[in-house]
Structure formats: C-alpha cells, structure tokens
Design a protein. Structure first.
Length: 317
C-alpha cells in the first residue's frame, strides 16, 4: 500500500519535472536571442561611453568627423557596418570573413593608433589607456552603428558639467598642437581603402530591378515611396521620426533650410531632394561637406521611384 503511494508520488514528481523542463527547453531559443540582444546592447553602450570620454574631441560629438567640426575622419561610416542575421533591413548578413576583416581593421587601428598622424595609441599593450575588452566594446559600437547611444550619453555627460559643456569645449580646435603617433605595432596605414569603400547596404544586395515598391503601395506615391525607401535600405541611415542617424532625419526635411559650409541657407525643395538622392556628390562642389550618402541611387533607382521617395519625404512633416 505504502509503496504504491510512494511510487505514485514519484511518478507525479517526475511528470512535474518533465513539464517544467519541457517548458524550459521549449522557450530556450527565444531566451537565448533575448540574452544575445541585451548583451549586444550592453557592450554597444559601454563602447558609446568610452567613445564619449575619449574619441569625440577629434572624431566629432557623434562620430561624424569633419561634418561636425572634428579634425579626424567620420567613424559613422557605412563601410564599418556589420549586418546581423535577420536584421531589421531584411538584407543578407555580412559574411563571416568580411566581419573578421572589418573588426580586425577597427581593432588594430584603435589599439595601435596610426603612425605619423594624430590618431593616438589606445591599447594598454602599447602604452595606451584601454584594455582589449574596452577596444572591443568600441568596435561593437562602431560595427553596429549605435551612434544614437553616443548622442544620448554625450548629451547626458555634457549637461552635468558646470557650466554645461559645448562642442567648442570638447572639440580640438588646433590640430597642429597635437602630438603625432610614432609607434608602429603593425597598424593599418591610411591607404587601406577597401573597407571605407564597401557598402553592405547597396553593394551586398542590389535593389530588386523595378523596386519592391511596385508590389506594395498600389498607386499612392507616398506609400510607393515608403516601400522603395525600405527596399533600398535608406532607413539604415535616415530616421523618419526625428531621431539622430548616420544621415539627417527625414522628418520636417522638406522645405527646411540647409546650411552650406560656405554660408547658407539653401532650401530643401524638390530639386534639392532629387539631387541629394540621385547625385549627392554634386553637392560637394556647391559647398556642402564631404558625402557619406551612397552615390549609387541615381543609377539603381528609376526616376519615378526617386519621385515617389520625394513624395514620401514630403509627407513626413
Ligand atoms: C587626438 C585626436 C584623435 C583622437 C582623440 C582619436 N582619434 Fe581616431 N583618428 C584620428 C585621426 C587624425 C585619424 C586619421 C588618421 C589618418 O589620417 O590615417 C583617426 C583615424 C581613426 C580610425 C580609422 C578611420 C578610417 O577611416 O581609416 C579609427 C577607426 C579611429 N580613429 C578610431 C578612434 C577611436 C575609437 C577613438 C577613441 C578611443 C579615437 N579614434 C580617438 C585622431 C584621433
Ligand atoms: C550609408 C548611409 C546612408 C544611406 C544608406 C542613405 N543615406 Fe541619404 N544621406 C546620408 C548622409 C550622411 C547624408 C548627409 C549628407 C552626407 O553627409 O552625405 C544624406 C543626405 C540625404 C538627403 C539630403 C538630406 C539633407 O538633410 O540635406 C536625402 C534627401 C537623402 N540622403 C535621401 C536618401 C535616400 C532616398 C536613401 C535611400 C534610397 C538614402 N538617403 C540612403 C546617408 C545615407
């Protein structure tokens, strides 16, 4: 009698354990993905903190380099972007070999600095202040283009200074006073160009001919423009809700004033938008700063698709 009861209790307990572990394993992939996401968020945030503390002086407050009055090149370069599996853009992930090259390029450049330039040595292995882990945080922030975090943390950081720090306090004004890095620990030279020319957003996956816009959106030019923009990865750099991105937000862009480096303003009318999309390099000659905006859309998009995108941008008041 007693033994039967015990056996029943045992069976009951085993069953419960099975239920609990079954549920655990069934949700395992979701939990793993969550853990990975929050880990990535955390390391990008640490990278952004280190960037705010050490790199803004030369590379600009938000990594935009000369465009923001920095003396060093922009680091919000799309060439450094690594696309993850199942990214929000629906583009193919960056191949593993390429990821390794980009990470190595960034890691070594940051760790070693760049000889005969003002880019300092950062790795403590060569006498700099940062550990390998910290350099990796920076690499993670740059390859995932988390400039939104840099902006957010930078603003917090500057607001608590007394008086609040301004760009003028932070940016190096006279580069001739900087010391030049002489150390050579096998770093990349300035002539390594292939990374800076790569564009995973347009190069990796050519936009479907005719654009995905034809399928979604019916005849409404605004909706068509939205789907053409989505299909061509514009959102990787341009936010539509006013938040900072690699490029300017599209919200309120139409008919706003844009400043020329040589003294503006220029109205962002239809002609301006068309040129910005189809032939952005032409703007440099007119006194706009250096271009990050890919110059390939003039040939990869049809003129009517560019008009549809413009209709979409106009709708973002
Ligand atoms: C004192 C100024 C200065 C500071 C501070 C500085 N940099 Fe630089 N950095 C430069 C200059 C100048 C270059 C360009 C060197 C050249 O001409 O090749 C550069 C180049 C780079 C490059 C290579 C970019 C490319 O397109 O090849 C990376 C990556 C970089 N810096 C990352 C960082 C990071 C991360 C920090 C902060 C830990 C930092 N830099 C801090 C001056 C600076
Ligand atoms: C790799 C990042 C990137 C991608 C992708 C990108 N842009 Fe840009 N875009 C920029 C940057 C950065 C600027 C600011 C000028 C500059 O530095 O090139 C810009 C400028 C513009 C401007 C002018 C904005 C202004 O405020 O003057 C328009 C319009 C524009 N882009 C449209 C597009 C469209 C449409 C697409 C997709 C078909 C697109 N961009 C894809 C980075 C990008």
């Amino acid at each position: 009698m007693n033994t039967t009861k015990q056996v029943n209790v045992m069976i009951g307990l085993l069953f419960m354990a099975f239920l609990v572990f079954g549920a655990y394993f069934a949700t395992e992939p979701a939990r793993e993905a969550d853990a990975r996401d929050s880990q990535a968020e955390l390391t990008a945030k640490r990278g952004a903190e280190i960037f705010v503390a050490n790199c803004r002086t030369c590379h600009g407050l938000n990594g935009k380099g000369q465009e923001e009055g920095g003396i060093a090149p922009a680091l919000n370069n799309v060439a450094f972007l690594v696309l993850e599996q199942n990214n929000a853009l629906g583009l193919p992930p960056t191949p593993a070999g390429e990821v390794r090259n980009i990470r190595e390029f960034l890691f070594n450049t940051i760790a070693c600095g760049r000889s005969n330039t003002a880019m300092p040595v950062w790795s403590e292995r060569y006498g700099g202040p940062l550990s390998d882990t910290q350099v990796n945080y920076l690499v993670n922030m740059i390859t995932s283009a988390r400039w939104d975090l840099v902006e957010e943390l930078g603003k917090e950081h500057d607001a608590i200074q007394n008086p609040p720090a301004t760009a003028k306090d932070i940016l190096v004004a006279d580069p001739s006073k900087l010391s030049v890095t002489t150390k050579n620990c096998g770093q990349y030279g300035a002539s390594v160009l292939e990374f800076r020319e790569r564009n995973p957003l347009t190069g990796g996956a050519p936009a479907p001919a005719g654009g995905a816009g034809a399928a979604a959106g019916g005849n409404d030019p605004v909706k068509l423009g939205q789907s053409v923009a989505t299909a061509n990865g514009c959102a990787a750099c341009h936010s539509i809700d006013g938040k900072a991105g690699v490029g300017p937000t599209w919200k309120g862009l139409f008919d706003s004033n844009r400043e020329l480096a040589s003294g503006g303003p220029v109205k962002a009318d239809e002609a301006y938008l068309k040129e910005s999309i189809a032939n952005p390099n032409a703007k440099i000659a007119k006194g706009f700063g250096p271009n990050v905006m890919p110059a390939t859309f003039g040939s990869s998009l049809k003129p009517e698709q560019i008009d549809q995108i413009i209709a979409y941008i106009k709708s973002l008041k």
